[in-house]
Design a protein around this ligand. Structure first.
Ligand SMILES: Cc1cc2nc3c(=O)[nH]c(=O)nc-3n(C[C@H](O)[C@H](O)[C@H](O)COP(=O)(O)OP(=O)(O)OC[C@H]3O[C@@H](n4cnc5c(N)ncnc54)[C@H](O)[C@@H]3O)c2cc1C
Length: 388
């Protein structure tokens, strides 16, 4: 068992850190204050060819695996842009996995190259106000009429919908009371986000101001049948396919934010002198930092364990859930420790650690909550009765 990164992984990490160094802490602090999509950062990542890291080569991507994408996302978050940076490119990196796996060649030719070149942006429209984590209960309807569907309904928390040109949307094509299983009858579409039929309202939220999240009110959106991904009624299965790699990537982002916070806290603990000695000489300051180091290292091992399984086409559900759970918990704890290490200054924006905490909280909640990640492990690994 080899747990070391290869020289290409390390070179990839260095290249990403080098690119990110053009966007310093002041850049991200300003984005945190005034908002606005980090277009110049996004453009830099696109121009350097990184958006297609895990996309097939025949559509302009690099054809690398989720392992390499995780190395990349970890470095982006760790460089100080935290989730504001990671979320601005996250959708391009892996969001269109259902199109890659289940779309037709014609759909891939239409969708992937512009996304990889950074010419179009897309959002992922699944969550609904009245369904929550129970996706099968979503009520957005897609009704077929000849060569079109008419979509109406409501979505919530949809990130980047302010700037997106396209959306990957899950809607019910067969009513719930007409299907055998609630997972049947949902269909997936990759289609234009036409603002004439979609009212996009930004949610004022705790952090990551630069990357918007929104409510979507969809009223009679006309969607060509050609925009349906795969078969009608199988959308839920298609979405499931992409969940594990997405968990791996967000877990990598959490580890990256934890590392950024740990780095800042450690530097501060060496420099800040109180009672005539650096605060880092006190075990009460040292131990929580050392625990965070150990927890982030452990979480990282699970991230790359899950990524490796996925890249070898092996089942990785429990490992991906464990990686997401461990990384988010460790990172949130580490960011809180970093604030405490800074004392009162930890609460000041110019020290950045409070920004990290506000952003990393998202990774505890989404895309799956700690409860549901643990429910999956309890059921699938421990054989306990399904609880949800
Ligand atoms: C900043 C942000 C960005 C997001 N971006 C997107 C996006 O781009 N696209 C998208 O589709 N969604 C997005 N989401 C939505 C996100 O995936 C959901 O918020 C998340 O899946 C939780 O759903 P919910 O908020 O409806 O919680 P609910 O389903 O209402 O759950 C509330 C709480 O109850 C717990 N709970 C519920 N049922 C059970 C049970 N049976 N056992 C134990 N605990 C339970 C949950 O774990 C959770 O803690 C985003 C969310 C945030 C905060």
């Amino acid at each position: 068992m080899d747990l070391e990164f290869t020289s290409s992984h390390l070179a990839l990490r260095e290249a990403i850190l080098d690119l990110c160094s053009r966007f310093d802490d002041a850049y991200w602090l300003n984005k945190d204050r005034v908002g606005g999509f980090p277009e110049d950062f996004y453009r830099a990542v696109a121009d350097a060819g990184w958006l297609g890291i895990a996309m097939p080569e025949e559509y302009g991507g690099s054809g690398l695996g989720i392992t390499e994408a995780a190395v990349m996302m970890l470095a982006i978050a760790e460089a100080g842009g935290a989730l504001s940076a990671a979320s601005s490119v996250h959708m391009n990196i892996f969001g269109l996995n259902p199109v890659v796996v289940f779309g037709s060649d014609e759909q891939k030719r239409r969708a992937l190259p512009p996304l990889i070149r950074g010419e179009t942006k897309a959002c992922f429209a699944i969550t609904e106000p009245d369904a929550g984590l129970n996706t099968t209960q979503l009520t957005t309807r897609a009704v077929r009429n000849g060569d079109h569907y008419l979509i109406s309904g409501r979505k919530v928390w949809i990130s980047t919908a302010q700037v997106a040109d396209y959306m990957l949307i899950l809607a019910r094509t067969t009513p719930l009371d007409e299907v055998k299983r609630p997972t049947d009858g949902l269909s997936l579409f990759y289609t234009k986000l036409d603002r004439n039929y979609i009212d996009v309202r930004e949610i004022d939220k705790m952090g990551r101001k630069a990357v918007d999240s929104n409510e979507l009110f969809i009223d009679g959106l006309l969607v060509p049948v050609a925009d349906r991904i795969g078969e009608e009624g199988k959308g839920f299965q298609y979405i499931l396919h992409g969940l594990n790699p997405e968990r791996v990537l967000v877990a990598a982002e959490a580890v990256g934010i934890g590392r950024a916070a740990l780095g800042r806290a450690t530097r501060y603990a060496k420099e800040r002198v109180v009672f005539g000695r650096p605060i880092g000489q006190n075990q009460g300051i040292q131990h929580p930092l050392a625990i965070s180091w150990a927890e982030l290292e452990a979480a990282q091992l699970m991230v790359f364990r899950a990524a490796g399984l996925y890249d070898r086409n092996l089942p990785c559900g429990p490992q991906a859930n464990a990686a997401k759970y461990l990384a988010a918990e460790a990172a949130v704890k580490c960011c809180e420790t970093a604030i405490l290490t800074h004392g009162g200054y930890g609460y000041a924006k110019e020290y950045h650690v409070e920004r990290y905490l506000r952003e990393v909280m998202i990774l505890r909640i989404a895309p799956v909550s700690p409860h549901l990640a643990l429910c999956n492990i309890a059921e699938k690994v421990l054989g306990l009765p399904k609880s949800y």
